[in-house]
Design a protein around this ligand. Sequence first.
Ligand code: ATP
Ligand code: MG
Length: 372
Amino acid sequence: MRLNSLTLRNFRNYRASALTFSPGVNLILGDNAQGKTNLLEAIAFLGSGKSFRTQKGAELIRFDQEFGELEGSVFSQEREQSLRWILFSGNRPRQCFRNGAKKKSAADLAGVLQTVLFCPEDLMVLRAGAAARRRLGDGALCQLRPNYEAALAEYGRVLERKSRILKDRFQDQRLLDLLPEYDAQLCRVGALLIAYRARFYDSLGKAAGAYHGHFSGGGEDFRLEYKTVSTILDPFAPVSVLEGQLREHLESHRRGELESAQCLTGPHRDDFEVSLSGRNLKQFGSQGQVRTAAISLKLAQRELMGKASGETPVLLLDDVLSELDPGRQDFVLNQISGGQVFITCCEPGRFSKLGKTVFIKGGQAVDGPELG
Ligand code: ATP
Ligand code: MG
């Protein structure tokens, strides 16, 4: 799949811009704060109705404007297609269109334009806290499996209600009567999340291992291990078994939850761990190994999405290449061929010969200097 052109009106710092792109590598060049990341955000939003920077749609509209609009022409599913969004600043619901027909929700645009974002924070994700890894895994899995996304949202809603009860019951003990029902829901939906994650992390680990192997010349054995609630003996077990084991863990932590007024048990605390040749990467990995493993994970994510939909998703590299040494840059550039890529950068450097270069200044595409 590829994005051929994009028109933005009142999106972030773009007033009115029409841009066209190459089916291969697109280098987005410009000084700081000119709108490079905004452009990647627009591309990701066009396909998904989601921003990787904010939950609030109104923030995407140019300051002091009433509405914003994005329109893109995409080649995917063997044909030209158009996607269009109109965002409103007040309470008026946003609108989306596919090939000119108004659609109910972003779900109706699924599969037309899929993107994988890679940003500098991702490079250190294997050394960060568990929440960053959960975000990365959940983000990828939600794109792959809409049913997972729905289950994750449901789990989040119930968890929030349970947290509130655990805190508010000091004022009103009767609230505790609601707990058994919430716990039952958390075990039921939580088991489903674990089943999805077990399969996803297994495939992700295998694909990432192949990239990492290439990159390290086969010298390092990359393993990814999914970490979940300790009473889960086998995350591949039938969902009913997982549900029972979650309940066991919950029951053994009931007192602790009441005392601490926190939800201590469940897959909202899941994590995954990477080891290289048997050594835990977080503890023992060098900076370079941590980065290489992260690159492998991102390339693996793109590969899994490509396999699932039959088309290579569009890759968005925000400021990542300039963070890498030349050897890693070349590795990434070699591995990404075959799909469309957008690379943002402040300096033309050695990338300027890759494909099309788009210069961005103050939210507009401008003629850039001649590059040698
Ligand atoms: P850097 O190289 O520093 O990453 P960038 O080119 O990626 O810079 P962006 O993150 O795209 O820069 O942001 C460019 C500018 O857009 C920022 O100065 C920000 O103030 C502005 N901006 C963000 N949201 C809006 C909005 N809703 N309306 C108008 N301008 C906005
Ligand atoms: Mg940026």
